[in-house]
Design a protein around this ligand. Structure first.
Ligand SMILES: [Zn+2]
Length: 150
């Protein structure tokens, strides 16, 4: 690893440990030229499928966007930030397992709805109303009725 002080490529690792709850390896390095000590982090490279929108356009998967969408649905509900992050992780897990190359917006939306259904009914209805774009009140009521029956 190139030394940030002198630019030498000659260094040795003096300490190596797991960090960020096992998501990373943190290494302390010492430059053999100038003795400068610096830290590097090593992460698993994650690749996401491309998201196919309803009109056929494709866009890169955006974790933050998904987290915001779920977060909005859960506003002022008894759902913790950790619950939301877990939900995002589960959506990512499912889509990368089933559709590693290309995943439809529909699949992501339906998966989120399933998870919210287990997590919080109000958040579920909120998300469904945005996602399904209920055309009128009766459609919205149908969904509610179905929910109340279960
Ligand atoms: Zn150096």
């Amino acid at each position: 690893m190139k030394c940030p002080r002198c630019g030498s490529m000659d260094d040795r690792v003096i300490d190596s440990r797991t960090a960020k709850e096992g998501e990373a390896t943190r290494r302390r390095r010492e430059c053999a030229e100038c003795g400068n000590r610096f830290t590097t982090y090593e992460y698993v490279e994650r690749s996401f499928p491309v998201v196919v929108k309803n009109d056929g356009r494709r866009e890169p998967f955006d974790r933050n966007k998904l987290e915001r969408g779920i977060g909005r649905a859960c506003e002022k509900r008894p759902v913790s930030a950790q619950d939301i992050r877990d939900a995002v992780d589960r959506v990512i897990q499912r889509m990368t397992d089933e559709f590693p190359d290309e995943v439809t917006v529909t699949f992501i939306g339906e998966t989120v709805m399933q998870l919210l259904h287990e997590l919080d009914q109000v958040a579920y209805v909120r998300f469904a109303s945005v996602y399904r774009q209920f055309k009128d009140v009766s459609q919205f009521k149908e969904e509610l009725d179905r929910l109340l029956k279960n």
